[in-house]
Design a protein around this ligand. Structure first.
Ligand code: CO
Ligand code: CO
Ligand code: CO
Length: 345
């Protein structure tokens, strides 16, 4: 057995870039029959971050799962990133994660030490989130996979869906874009070490602080920006909210090195799937070049929260966020439904 094999070499596509396209997913679920339960307030039909089930007047259960092939070679970091990404969907619903289960697929090329490090990374990240991993399930397969099934809690009146945005809202994004492009470039050794360190730190960072700050404000809608990219996730928010979303291109935070790579054509396959899915609903106004658009369609692994809140509170909320998350930014606004769901301007 080889012990020095690079984890990312065992994966055909990295991180949330491995996510099946939103278009494909919608197609596969067409006509799928589900059963009604009045306590299930967010379920299958909503394309939301997690399901929400009301237990009593005070408490609702939030459940979600996320897993993907290695996005980095360091197994401990991979475990941390996969866990931060899975926990994020609970934060995106306004909830707090409490319990989690490991989901793992071992490839025959992984040694015992690597497996232990992945699990330790996941465990420590979950613990940092205030959650505890209580068990899990592991299978053998061609490619390694790791992630979590997470349960958390939220007050039933304080659930943040991705379909509550209202005209007059302002949009805040809490992490810069370009992760998919940069991790694709990294596979070809095109990304410098300090840049890799910066994005690895970003991917491993929990959305806990962002969640804890945003819940002090009357938030209308929230989702996390992951595999479907800024465009795909805002498209879902616009559609679900029956509004139009306007992205102000030059306010969107991104890693400049991702722009250079996009300009050279280092675009992950997921970005094309995202473009295919959302493009018919998008109107590009003004002079926004192809590389910048590619960043907007770039699948993010463990991306930031996209928050819609009334304009009155947006500056204050942003200031609070920026005290802890320097790159949080106002990236757009919401209007009544117009001809297109999304406008890039
Ligand atoms: Co999500
Ligand atoms: Co998810
Ligand atoms: Co949400």
């Amino acid at each position: 057995m080889e012990t020095d094999i690079k984890l990312t070499k065992l994966a055909s596509c990295a991180g949330c870039g491995a996510k099946v396209g939103a278009g494909t997913l919608v197609h596969m679920l067409e006509g799928f029959r589900t059963h009604y339960d009045p306590r299930l307030i967010v379920g299958y039909d909503k394309s939301d971050d997690a399901s929400v089930y009301v237990i009593n007047d005070e408490t609702a259960l939030v459940q979600t799962t996320d897993f993907f092939p290695p996005i980095v070679d360091d197994p401990f970091l991979y475990g941390q990133i996969a866990a931060a990404n899975a926990l994020s969907d609970v934060y995106a619903m306004g909830g707090e994660p409490k319990l989690a289960l490991n989901i793992m697929c071992l490839s025959e090329h992984m040694d015992k030490a690597a497996v232990q490090e992945i699990l330790r990374g996941g465990y420590e990240k979950a613990y940092e989130a205030g959650a505890i991993i209580t068990g899990g399930h592991t299978i053998q397969g061609a490619e390694p996979i790791y992630g979590l099934a997470v349960s958390g809690f939220v007050h039933p009146q304080k659930v943040l869906t991705n379909s509550g945005a209202k005209p007059g809202d302002v949009l805040i994004l809490t992490k810069p874009l370009g992760i998919g492009i940069l991790t694709t470039g990294a596979k070809a050794d095109m990304v410098a070490e300090p840049v890799l360190e910066r994005i690895n730190k970003q991917m491993a960072a929990l959305n806990k602080t962002a969640r804890n700050i945003m819940v002090r404000y009357p938030i209308h809608s929230c989702t996390d920006v992951t595999g479907f990219a800024l465009m795909g996730h805002s498209y879902e928010m616009a559609q679900g909210s029956d509004c139009s979303i306007h992205i102000i291109a030059d306010q969107v935070p991104y890693h400049p090195e991702a722009y250079e790579l996009a300009d050279m054509g280092f675009i992950p396959a997921g970005a094309y799937r995202n473009r295919e899915y959302a493009e018919q609903g998008v109107k590009v106004q003004g002079n926004i070049d192809r590389a910048m658009q590619d960043i907007f369609y770039d699948p993010q692994t463990s991306g930031g929260l996209l928050i819609a809140l009334p304009e009155t509170y947006s500056e204050d909320c942003l200031r609070q966020l920026q005290e802890h998350i320097a790159q949080a930014a106002i990236v757009g606004y919401v209007t009544e439904r117009m001809e297109y769901s999304l406008y890039i301007e």
